[in-house]
Design a protein around this ligand. Structure first.
Ligand code: PLP
Length: 426
């Protein structure tokens, strides 16, 4: 039988994934995605909080495509509107009234955004935000934090190391001087930030962070830390840039800036905004966006703000706006998951580091002797859970992203599966 996805081959996940490697370099189109695969799952379909593979297995997914699906996979409301847009022409390269609707909704919901530009991915939007910050300030230096991922562009893909100096480039093939204008300090290290400002305050174009660190386990900002960044950037004429690719519309309707009451100069949003469609945006006050309004700064993209992507944004954000108790509901699911997973880990006599803000949560088994993350143990647990029908990412730094499609019963199944898997891998 031929489906919309192509002919059914009867291959196992393993065989289909091996076959894929002959055509797609590395089997997947993102190095980050490759880290999510120990035993391959080749997807047939996904809906709600479940993924079905080509062997007919159904798994409860708590990674949920790295975070965009607040309402679950194939949400009928959003999907219907995107499908309708495809029938009306989804990409003309001309202005469309959906531009106003989508941009207006972002501006209404995100405190720091009055005007914006749309882009196709977080990487593009962040790269453009940094370029704009450099254009606005006439400076080049950007301060970043260890463990915060800001996409894979030339001046932001960095190695670890938070000693306040230039980090090393994060990948082979980057120009050796790529990090010449980037500094890095540890997250929540107020003294290190103050030292960077004391040494380089007049050179800094921007300070960039995820308002909740979500790419190295979920680590909230210490009390007063975001306020410190806000104060120091203001005093030294640098821009504060929040990378809300993950936190935007996830930890609160208005993202981390609403949750913590600290409004940045530039905001980047992406994942939850488009319900899984490839779309991102960067924006700020009318004034900070003025160089783009006058075309003095540069940002482009044939597909930037295409009509289908913006239909996905408008449909998703309208649904978020209309759902009165959405974030209470998501927090409830998250709290239930945290409690049940903690119970499963304690019950197995194991230790784990669990971080959570609302529906975003990280779970990492730890070595009881050192307190360090037990990467190998976590991988064993992941494989055992996957074989039993629960998928989370094998890298413990990658969060779980729960949705309104996860019921308490689904979460109970996940916790029971973890208990069984921990017993098996003890
Ligand atoms: N910023 C953050 C906080 C992210 O988590 C990601 C991706 O996961 C990015 C930026 C990069 O976004 P994209 O993969 O859409 O380019």
């Amino acid at each position: 039988m031929t489906t919309i996805d192509g002919p059914r081959t009867g291959l196992s996940n393993q065989a289909a994934y091996a076959d894929l490697h002959g055509f797609v370099a590395g089997g997947v189109s993102s190095n980050m995605r490759a880290r999510g695969i120990i035993e391959p799952i080749v997807v047939d379909s996904a809906s709600g909080c479940r993924v079905r593979d080509i062997e007919g297995n159904e798994l409860i997914d708590v990674n949920m495509g790295y975070g965009p699906h607040l309402f679950g996979y194939a949400d009928p409301d959003v999907t219907a509107q995107i499908a309708a847009q495809f029938g009306r022409g989804h990409m003309t390269g001309l202005p469309h009234r959906i531009d106003r609707e989508a941009a207006g909704l972002v501006a209404e919901l995100v405190p720091g955004v009055e005007r914006l530009r749309f882009a196709n991915s977080g990487t593009e939007a962040l790269m453009s935000a940094v370029r704009l910050a450099r254009a606005v300030t006439g400076r080049t230096l950007v301060l970043t934090f260890e463990g915060h991922y800001h996409g894979w562009s030339e001046t932001l893909l960095r190695s670890r190391g938070g000693d306040g100096r230039r980090p090393a480039p994060g990948a082979a093939g980057m120009i050796p001087e790529a990090m010449e204008h980037t500094l890095q300090v540890p997250w929540n290290d107020a003294a290190a930030v103050e030292k960077v400002f004391a040494d380089h305050g007049a050179e800094l174009a921007a300070v960039m962070c995820e308002p909740v660190l979500a790419n190295d386990g979920v680590v909230v900002p210490d009390a007063g830390f975001l306020e410190l960044l806000r104060r120091l950037t203001g005093e030294h004429g640098a821009l504060l840039v929040f990378d809300e690719v993950i936190t935007g519309f996830r930890v609160a309707r208005g993202g981390g800036q609403e949750l913590y009451g600290v409004v940045p100069d530039l905001t980047v949003v992406s994942k939850a905004m488009g319900g899984g469609f490839p779309v991102a945006a960067f924006g700020g006050s009318r004034e900070v966006m003025e160089p783009l309004a006058r075309y003095e700064a540069f940002h482009a993209g044939v597909y930037s703000g295409n009509h289908a992507a913006l239909r996905a944004v408008a449909a998703t954000l309208a649904k978020i706006r209309a759902a009165g108790a959405l974030y209470t509901e998501l927090d409830g699911i998250g709290a239930h998951a945290e409690a049940r997973v903690r119970e499963a880990v304690d019950g197995a006599g194991r230790t784990a580091r669990i971080g959570r803000v609302g529906s975003m949560m990280s779970v990492a088994l730890t070595d009881p002797a050192t307190g360090e993350v037990d990467e190998a143990g976590h991988r064993l647990l992941q494989t055992a859970c996957q074989r039993r029908g629960v998928y989370f990412h094998p890298v413990p730094a990658e969060p779980w992203f729960l949705s309104t499609a996860h019921t308490r019963q689904d979460i109970d199944t996940v916790a029971e599966t973890i208990s069984e898997a921990l017993a098996e891998t003890a």
